[in-house]
Ligand binder design. Sequence first.
Ligand code: FES
Length: 101
Amino acid sequence: MKTDSPFREIDPQSDHVLVRFEEEDLMLPLGENLAGALLVAGVMPFRHTPVSGAPRGPFCMMGACYDCLVLIDGMTVQACMLQVAEGMKVGMPSADRVHDV
Ligand code: FES
């Protein structure tokens, strides 16, 4: 789901590449932090918890909270630990692949 975002790009003139989040095509700044770029693009939530279904998105931005988990190439990974790359296909992890944290 895409929402209005309170976040802004540091350098809007930088190179942007096509990234897909779920079924939506986004142009994100190449090499920027993936979690930050998705927040700027208005993506929220990144996932839902498997037990309660509560929405989750980046919190710590330093790899500690795991609230930014996304699915890339079949792997559940922390978006805040990755850089934007051309052609990334990002999705929400399925509930049975993520433990409530
Ligand atoms: S935002 Fe906390 S681990 Fe990514």
